[in-house]
Design a protein around this ligand. Structure first.
Ligand SMILES: NC(=O)c1ccc[n+]([C@@H]2O[C@H](COP(=O)([O-])OP(=O)(O)OC[C@H]3O[C@@H](n4cnc5c(N)ncnc54)[C@H](O)[C@@H]3O)[C@@H](O)[C@H]2O)c1
Length: 477
C-alpha cells in the first residue's frame, strides 16, 4: 500500500485533481474509483444496486480483492471517495464519467449491452456538456459510437459530450497493482482535446500511453483477451499431445516460453480459462466477426478446446480411480483463478457439476470463494473451511484452482487422511516427485511419468557460462 501512496509524489506536484464519477461499482469500477481517489481526485462510485452502495458506505466491500478495502476506507476518510445509487445526481459537475457496468454474454454468444445502454441514458440525464464520457466496459467495436448517439438523442442537443474508449486490463487478484503499474494505458479518442485530457488524468501513472481512435481502442481489448485465451487453449492442446507422446508440458512451457516472443506468462496447461472476461469476450468477438461477414476460423476452436478441458481431466481421473459414482472426492479450489472470490464461469464449478451428475459426493474448499460457490451449488456440496478436511476419507483429491497454498500441501498427512490415493493436480501446481514420495498417485495435466523427477517442477537451465546456469520455475505466469 505504501508503494502506491508514494507513486504520485514528484510527478503529482503539478497534478490538477479532478471530479470523477464511476458508473458501475463492480470489480473494475470500484478498483478504478478507489485508485483514482488515491491519486487525489474526488470520486463518486455509483451503482444501481442500492444494497451494494449502502454496504460500501458502511465500509463493506462486496468481493475479495487484496488491498481494496484499505484503499476505500482511507479515501473515504480523506473525503475523496463517496458512493451514490443515483446516476443522474452522482455524475453532475464531474469532468470525467466512466462507464464500468457489466457486459455479460447473451444466450447466442453476443454481448449484452442492456446495462451499458441504460447506464448511458441515466448518465445523459446529469452529465455536463464539458465532461468526457469514458467507456471502460468491454464491448464490441462501435460501442463508443452507440454511446455517443444515445447521449445525443437523449439530450436532444449538439455533439458536445466527448466519448472516449479506455479499455481495462486489470486482473482480479492483483487489480490495484495493475492499476498502479499497467503494461499500458489505452486511450481511444476521436478528438485530440479529449485524448489530452485523458492523458492528464492518468499522468501520475508511469506507463506507456497508447493514444488511438475509439474503434481501434475497442478492438485492442478484444484482440488482447482473444490472444490470451488462444495461448491457453494452445498449450492445453500441446498438453494433451504430451500425454500421448510421453513428454512433459511443464518443460515445454519453460523451453518454449523462454523465447521472448512467446513468454511464460498466461502459459499454463490445466482446466482451461474461465472468469467473467475470456469466455464472453471471445464469444462476443466470434459474434462480431460473423455479423460483419468475416467469420473467425480460429476462435470457435479456442472455445471448443477450452470446453473440453473438464471432460479431459475427468477422463484421467476415472482412468485412475475407476467409476467415480458413489465415490467421495475432495475438491481444492472454487474460484476461476487464485486470489479472487469470483466464481463466474469457473472451471472448478463446471467440474463439480460433472462430478455431481456422476453421483459423486463432493467436499470442497476454497480460501475465499465458498460464499459465491454456495450461492450457485447450494447444499449439493459439503463446504469445509480447512483444505485438509476436504481430503478426509476422500477416494480422490482434485486441485481445481491455482491457489498458492495448494502448492505446498503436506502430502504425507493427506495420504493418511484419504481413503484412496489419487491426487489430480488439474493446475500443475505440485511437484510430482513430492506427491509420489508421500505414497500418492499423482495425475497432472500433460505431465509425463518419464520426466526426470529432479527436473520437475523446477527445470535446470544450463548455460555454457556456469555463472548463468540457473533454475527456472515452471509455474511462472
Ligand atoms: N472483472 C475483470 O477482471 C475485468 C477486467 C477488464 C474488463 N472488465 C470489463 O469491465 C466491465 C465490468 O466488469 P466487472 O467485473 O467490474 O463487472 P461487475 O459485474 O463486477 O460489476 C458491474 C456493476 O455494474 C452495476 N450496474 C449494472 N447496471 C448499472 C447501471 N445502469 N448503473 C450503475 N451501475 C450498474 C452492477 O450492479 C454491478 O455492481 C465488463 O464489461 C467487463 O468485461 C472486467
Amino acid at each position: 500500500m505504501l508503494d502506491f501512496l508514494t507513486l504520485p509524489l514528484g510527478r503529482s506536484q503539478r497534478y490538477r485533481t479532478h471530479r470523477v464519477a464511476i458508473v458501475g461499482s463492480g470489480y473494475v469500477g470500484l478498483v478504478t474509483g478507489a485508485c483514482l481517489a488515491e491519486l487525489g481526485n474526488r470520486v463518486t462510485c455509483i451503482d444501481t444496486d442500492v444494497q451494494r452502495i449502502a454496504a460500501l458506505a458502511e465500509g463493506t466491500v462486496p468481493f475479495h480483492e487484496p488491498g481494496l478495502r484499505e484503499l476505500i476506507l482511507r479515501n473515504r476518510h480523506l473525503g475523496r471517495l463517496d458512493f451514490s445509487s443515483s446516476t443522474s445526481a452522482g455524475v453532475q459537475g464531474c469532468e470525467f464519467v466512466f462507464i464500468a457496468v457489466g457486459t455479460p454474454m447473451n444466450a447466442d454468444g453476443s454481448c449484452d449491452l442492456s446495462a451499458l445502454r441504460l447506464a448511458t441514458l441515466q448518465i445523459a440525464d446529469g452529465i455536463s456538456d464539458e465532461a468526457i464520457l469514458i467507456n471502460k466496459s468491454t464491448a464490441p467495436v462501435g460501442t463508443g459510437d452507440l454511446i455517443a448517439a444515445l447521449v445525443r438523442e437523449h439530450r436532444g442537443d449538439a455533439d458536445r459530450v466527448r466519448v472516449v474508449s479506455n479499455p481495462e486490463f486489470l486482473r482480479e487478484g492483483s487489480a490495484i497493482a495493475d492499476f498502479r503499474s499497467p503494461d499500458r494505458i489505452v486511450i481511444g479518442a476521436d478528438e485530440p482535446e479529449a485524448a489530452a485530457r485523458m492523458r492528464e488524468l492518468y499522468s501520475p501513472i508511469n506507463a506507456p500511453v497508447i493514444v488511438t481512435d475509439r474503434r481501434t481502442a475497442e478492438m485492442i481489448k478484444y484482440a488482447a483477451n482473444a490472444f490470451l485465451a488462444t495461448k491457453i487453449s494452445f498449450i492445453n492442446e500441446i498438453a494433451d499431445l504430451c500425454e500421448h507422446l510421453g513428454a512433459d508440458v511443464t518443460g515445454v512451457i519453460a523451453g518454449a516460453g523462454a523465447d521472448r516472443r512467446i513468454g511464460t506468462a498466461s502459459f499454463n496447461a490445466g482446466l482451461g480459462f474461465g472468469g467473467s472476461c475470456f469466455p464472453k469476450d471471445v464469444s462476443s468477438l466470434i459474434d462480431v466477426a460473423q455479423r460483419c461477414g468475416a467469420p473467425s476460423r480460429l476462435l470457435p476452436t479456442v472455445l471448443q478446446i477450452n470446453r473440453a478441458r473438464v471432460e479431459r481431466v475427468l477422463d484421467n481421473m476415472v482412468a485412475a480411480v475407476g467409476s467415480v459414482a458413489g465415490k467421495r472426492i475432495g475438491v481444492l479450489g472454487l474460484s476461476f483463478k487464485a486470489n479472487t472470490d469470483d466464481v463466474r464461469e469457473s472451471p472448478a464449478l463446471t467440474m463439480i457439476g460433472r462430478l455431481l451428475e456422476s453421483r459423486v459426493e463432493v467436499v470442497a474448499h476454497d480460501p475465499v470463494a465458498i460464499p459465491g460457490a454456495r450461492r450457485i451449488l447450494g447444499e449439493t456440496v459439503e463446504f469445509v473451511d480447512d483444505c485438509y478436511k476436504a481430503t478426509n476419507d476422500a477416494d480422490a483429491v482434485l486441485i481445481a484452482t491455482d491457489w498458492n497454498e495448494y502448492r505446498h500441501l503436506d502430502f504425507a498427512m493427506i495420504k493418511k487422511l484419504m481413503r484412496g490415493s489419487v491426487l489430480v493436480d488439474a493446475r500443475n501446481l505440485c511437484d510430482p516427485a513430492r506427491v509420489a514420495a508421500a505414497g500418492l498417485h499423482y495425475i497432472g495435466v500433460g505431465r509425463s511419468s518419464r520426466a526426470t523427477p529432479a527436473l520437475t517442477p523446477r527445470l535446470a537451465v544450463v548455460s555454457a557460462d556456469p555463472a548463468k546456469s540457473t533454475a527456472v520455475s515452471l509455474q511462472a505466469g
